[in-house]
Design a protein around this ligand. Sequence first.
Ligand code: IMP
Length: 429
Amino acid sequence: MTGVVITGIQWGDEGKGKFVDMLADKADFVVRFQGGNNAGHTLVVDGKVYKLRLLPSGVVRDGVTSIIGNGVVFNPWGFFEEVQQIESQGRDINPNNLMIAENTTLLLPIHMELDALREEHAQENKIGTTKSGIGPAYEDKVGRRAIRLCDLAHEDYLKQRLSLLVAHHNVQRQALGAEKINEEKLFADIKAIGKKILPYVKPVWKILDQAKKESKNILFEGAQGTYLDIDHGTYPYVTSSNTVAGNASAGTGMGSGFAHKVLGIVKAYTTRVGEGPFVTELTNNIGEHLAEKGHEFGTVTNRPRRCGWFDSVMVAQSVALNGCTSVVLTKIDVLDEMEELKICTGYKLNGEVINYVPASIKDQENIIPIYETLPGWKSTTYGITTEEKLPIQARNYIKRIEELIGVKASLISTSPERNDTIIREKPFS
Ligand code: IMP
């Protein structure tokens, strides 16, 4: 079998959707392993635009089985809303082509409410979450009081689990000035949606194990990005899951050694949504130009994204953290009009030069970036599909990035269109 992981290696929004879709064409299985409906993947297939949040990108392709792994926090109401939307666009989603792991954590409306309440009360300490309930749902999982999809089949047990959960949430809600949970109504709602969900619930690890034995192509679709990883990101301004490629194993039940290739998706500059440090941020007209030209607005929240220069220190670290075998460089065309380009090649911290992202947020805030300046190309690269047609300055920019991060770009994207890609190496081969 060939296992390929696609993962964002900055702060998310690197343009994973286009490549997940490109690879889904060759995949037998497309698997989500972390996050929930905080993610936003836009796919353009045969002129149709599909917006996915929780559903794996395989749902827009015939002959592909989509899998939601146990590492995901699963909002069933969000799921059916999305299913309805995608079905209205002519797709058919059913328990034969989409399966959800039985040990997946349930994300409930009370998680979304708690997420929003906390953000409102946090003021200057807010994380800037998507308010999808992701953090509270993972907290309940790790606190061992969550409801899992397999619990939906056992009514009495489900009731017990819900009481435990509601008692815990009510304490927090009280402290935040919110009403108590209407437990009876919530139980009835869960029971009703549970009936609809259960046909999709399967021992996913077993299905993937069989797929492995049958040498199927399995694509693991990461959400968010490395610097939003709960352990390796710019904590506490992170999401609540492990976004790194290694979690494709724990988040699905695949054993280790499952990934033959790890493709790190990386933008030719840097963006971030929400709060938190950003060493190469540009709060000037260059940043505004990148945001405008790159259409840098959050897919889920529509918030403007912060923009900055390419930071090779953080990307080189991501390459190591994910075990990237190559990167996919996106949005090179957004840089077309730039007079010159800066690449961050090192950090200065307390007078010393360092070549890694320190874990402390206090250190991250005090970093002074060291830049190298390269000439821009001042001509269009939009839609170019062969390397020779790229201006020499663009080729040099890419080459320098590759030298600094230590791996090659196997694919280079020159527009949102699927075919506008320079293919140096085929991912499934
Ligand atoms: P949460 O995942 O909703 O808890 O949000 C935590 C942080 O992750 C916030 O800074 C969000 O903006 C960010 N975030 C969550 N999902 C995405 C995504 O898909 N793309 C980019 N940023 C994200």
